[in-house]
Design a protein around this ligand. Structure first.
Ligand SMILES: Cc1cc2nc3c(=O)[nH]c(=O)nc-3n(C[C@H](O)[C@H](O)[C@H](O)COP(=O)(O)OP(=O)(O)OC[C@H]3O[C@@H](n4cnc5c(N)ncnc54)[C@H](O)[C@@H]3O)c2cc1C
Length: 339
């Protein structure tokens, strides 16, 4: 079929906040062939927005350049020994579908990351994490297209600068690479089951199962479904802010003033504060102005009740940041990419 770039396309179906914004130019790469075609098309010279599942972006205005949606899919086993299997997965695979596939194949390591929305190719961008696990724990290497040179490059784990919701693709590599393929090293046996989050053990008890890669995935799906809004029902982008990391001394001072303040050790000298707790304490939980609001069950999640604009959600986030800073002297940084 003849390939062509579409003009003036609504991005509402392509972002999990469900906000309206138009792309002046839009192209969906469903195969690697499509990607190689668009790289040589004149539209590729325009400013670009690479879009995966659209579950970590807030669109506050129309996009004047080319929106390139990554949809190429395929996954396979590269090689296996008695203990480990190296899997290779294309950037446009849906993350949760891939996680379920690894579990069906008896491969361990990704079960705690079940049900996180978005594409596989985006997971290294912010080193996605949940329930005590991050993708850096099983990440092996990735392949990315350098949009400036048109060459494919390999990034090994140590070259990605992974940190809490952080990688090189948020700093030096931002806008420079399209991640096309990711390799994970998973376990075939002696799985390192992580049930360090109390909620997982509690859920395993409720469903009456011993810890295994299958049961942990089931428990995580149950917990997430009960706590987080489903973007298909209510627009959202998951956690809007990162949990701020402060010096232990600042945490102790805050704890004097707010004895019930929640914090977790982050290395030996810093503490990670629970942003959701601070937002709730500052009085924002279940707040609503027009159709932009704060989720009733988790104050870290901002929602679109229907027809909110990206700008209205952004304004709400700015008001929350200001109020948390006034109350606690702590600055919240967005986890969401604001465009
Ligand atoms: C309900 C809900 C729950 C969530 N829970 C979690 C959670 O538990 N943990 C967590 O870490 N995150 C969570 N998220 C955030 C989100 O799921 C992740 O950040 C996910 O990896 C985003 O993937 P995406 O494909 O939708 O990214 P998009 O929103 O499409 O893109 C995000 C950013 O990555 C860039 N990008 C996209 N694809 C590529 C590519 N192939 N190469 C280079 N750059 C690219 C985009 O330009 C953009 O800057 C949640 C989101 C929602 C809506």
């Amino acid at each position: 079929m003849e390939k062509s770039v579409s003009t003036n396309v609504s991005l509402k179906p392509y972002n999990s906040f469900g906000v309206e914004a138009n792309a002046h130019y839009f192209f969906e790469a469903k195969t690697m062939d499509d990607l190689l075609w668009i790289v040589h098309d004149d539209h590729f010279k325009l400013p670009k927005l690479i879009l995966g599942g659209g579950s970590n972006v807030l669109l506050t205005k129309d996009f004047e350049g080319l929106v390139l949606k990554i949809s190429f899919k395929e996954k396979w086993i590269e090689k296996s020994n008695e203990d480990h299997t190296l899997v290779s997965v294309m950037g446009g695979e849906v993350w949760h579908t891939f996680v379920q596939w690894t579990i069906q194949n008896g491969l361990g390591g990704l079960e705690n990351l079940s049900l996180i929305p978005g594409n596989v190719g985006t997971t290294p961008v912010q080193n996605i994490g949940a329930y005590g696990v991050e993708i850096k724990d099983t990440f092996h290497h990735l392949e990315a297209l350098n949009v400036e040179t048109g060459e494919f490059e390999i990034f090994r784990k140590e070259e990605c600068d992974f940190g809490y919701r952080h990688s090189i693709f948020k700093t030096k590599g931002k806008g420079k690479y399209i991640i096309t393929r990711v390799f994970f090293q998973l376990t075939n046996r002696n799985h390192q089951l992580n049930t360090s989050y109390g909620a997982i053990n509690k859920e395993l008890e409720t469903i009456g199962k011993e810890a295994s890669i299958q049961s942990i995935s089931e428990a995580v799906i149950n917990i997430r479904s009960s706590k987080l809004p489903n973007p298909a029902v209510i627009g959202n982008g998951g956690s809007f802010f990162k949990n701020p990391v402060v010096a232990n001394s600042q945490f102790l001072a805050l704890k004097e003033e707010f004895p019930e303040m929640v914090g977790y050790p982050s290395g030996s000298e810093q503490t990670k504060l629970a942003a959701g707790w601070m937002i709730e304490k500052a009085g924002w939980k279940n707040y609503r102005k027009g159709d932009a609001g704060v989720y009733e069950k988790q104050a870290l999640v901002l929602v679109n009740h229907g027809n909110a604009t990206g700008k209205e959600v952004l304004d709400l986030s700015i008001a929350i940041r200001k109020s948390v800073n006034e109350t606690f002297g702590v600055i919240l940084e967005p986890e969401i990419n604001i465009l």
